[in-house]
Design a protein. Structure first.
Length: 86
């Protein structure tokens, strides 16, 4: 896999986070809410998450980066989301 995705040379990796103006966390009341992509076991998602207590305010599917088609292994399990649509 390192041929397709070589080891990063940077010491620290990060994703750009977009602050959500006027958003407040329902759990802790904090105002530090950001929107950014994450890779979950279900695939790529765009989350709106409190940066103080890490509760997800919103999570939605996002287009896959690099044009790759990714299928979560959970869709292949009995009762997975792929099997429910059949």
């Amino acid at each position: 896999m390192t041929t397709i995705f070589p080891r990063p040379q940077e010491k620290f990796l990060y994703v750009s986070r977009e602050n959500v103006a006027g958003a407040t966390c329902p759990r802790c009341g904090g105002g530090e809410v950001a929107r950014y992509p994450v890779l979950t076991v279900g695939g790529w998602r765009l989350v709106v998450r409190c940066q103080r207590c890490l509760v997800d305010l919103k999570m939605e599917p996002t287009p896959y980066p690099w044009g790759l088609s990714y299928q979560s292994f959970t869709t292949l399990l009995p009762g997975g989301s792929q099997n429910k649509s059949k």
